[in-house]
Design a protein around this ligand. Structure first.
Ligand code: NDP
Length: 283
């Protein structure tokens, strides 16, 4: 039976550390880190994510500014809203909850966020810094996975890591972070031939394909570490990941559950990025 990596507990520890740093910053500089959360429309899942992020912020001693905007907002108005936040000295991190309605150009919106307030770490400037090995704001999910591995004493240097998925928000930055930590990295995607054979060679598998329980337990090399990024609601109402947990956990050396694995870490790293923004603004 595998070690079940407890993302909830690790995230809680990080959130407490962030709270201590926030208190110190306030006492020493009078700065209270502020996160502005922009939600466009009424997608129920996005509303839950935004609520959780705001709650986490407040628990860490940060202030959160909520901007709930109509689904039919124009590009111009949304860009103006972001520009205001870019210039608001109380705001050290800006997050635009994705996905945005189809009529809005997500890339243009994300690029309008000032790179020094990029709480999600998606701005091309910050992605570029990550790529050349001098990270500033980092994409929260892959950064959270690196922290999960570190807290679990799973060294990635020299290990063969296989990243399933090449999205801009998970797969690609994940591969950059693993490479920077001296892993040997294979990236797979929907055109990869014989995915199972790649997974079978992995010491560490990161599954971010967005396909429920697609990664079968028998693909996993015995003793490998399995990190499951996926989140899906099943027909019975429960949550599952991209990995078939029941079979994979029989072979893996360590594995993250869904829920309670990667998800809580994403929020913890969002707080770290916001704190980073607040510390940076006074240097
Ligand atoms: P995307 O849909 O943007 O990307 C999915 C990637 O998986 C693509 O690169 C795609 O390949 C690849 N893929 C899809 N199907 C297959 C397949 N059958 N075989 C191999 N590769 C495949 O998803 P995200 O990266 O945004 O998210 C991935 C998952 O992680 C989702 O379930 C999402 O909900 C979850 N997630 C969880 C977070 C958390 O905090 N826990 C945060 C962010 C995401 P191609 O490029 O060729 O299309």
């Amino acid at each position: 039976m595998s070690l079940i990596i407890d993302g909830k507990a690790i995230a809680q520890q990080i959130r407490q550390e962030v709270a201590v740093e926030c208190a110190k910053l306030k006492a020493a500089q009078g700065v209270v880190p502020g996160l502005a959360v922009v939600l466009v429309g009424h997608d129920p899942a996005s509303q839950v994510y935004v609520r959780n992020k705001k709650k986490a912020c407040e628990e860490a001693g940060m202030v959160s500014f909520s901007h709930e905007l109509p689904a039919d907002i124009s590009m111009v108005t949304l860009l103006e809203q972001i520009d205001q936040l870019n210039h608001d000295p109380r705001v050290h991190g800006i997050l635009v909850q994705l996905p945005l309605p189809n009529h809005l150009d997500s890339q243009r919106i994300l690029q309008a966020i000032a790179p020094h307030k990029d709480a999600d770490g998606f701005h091309p400037y910050n992605i570029g810094l990550l790529q050349i090995g001098t990270p500033s704001f980092r994409p929260c999910t892959p950064w959270g996975i690196m922290e999960l591995l570190r807290y679990s004493n799973i060294d990635v240097a020299g290990r063969h890591t296989v990243v399933l998925g090449r999205s801009n928000i998970v797969g690609k930055p994940m591969a950059s972070m693993l490479l920077a930590a001296h892993a040997t990295v294979t990236i797979c995607h929907s055109r990869t031939v014989d995915l199972a054979s790649h997974v079978a060679r992995a010491d560490i598998v990161i599954a971010a394909v967005g396909q429920p329980a697609m990664v079968a337990g028998e693909w996993i090399k015995p003793g490998a570490t399995v990190i499951d990024v996926g989140i899906h609601r099943t027909t019975s109402g429960s949550l599952c990941g991209d990995v078939d947990f029941s079979t994979a956990s029989q072979r893996a050396g360590a594995i993250t559950p869904v829920p309670g694995g990667v998800g809580p870490m994403t929020i913890a790293m969002l707080l770290k990025n916001t704190l980073f923004g607040a510390c940076h603004c006074i240097q």
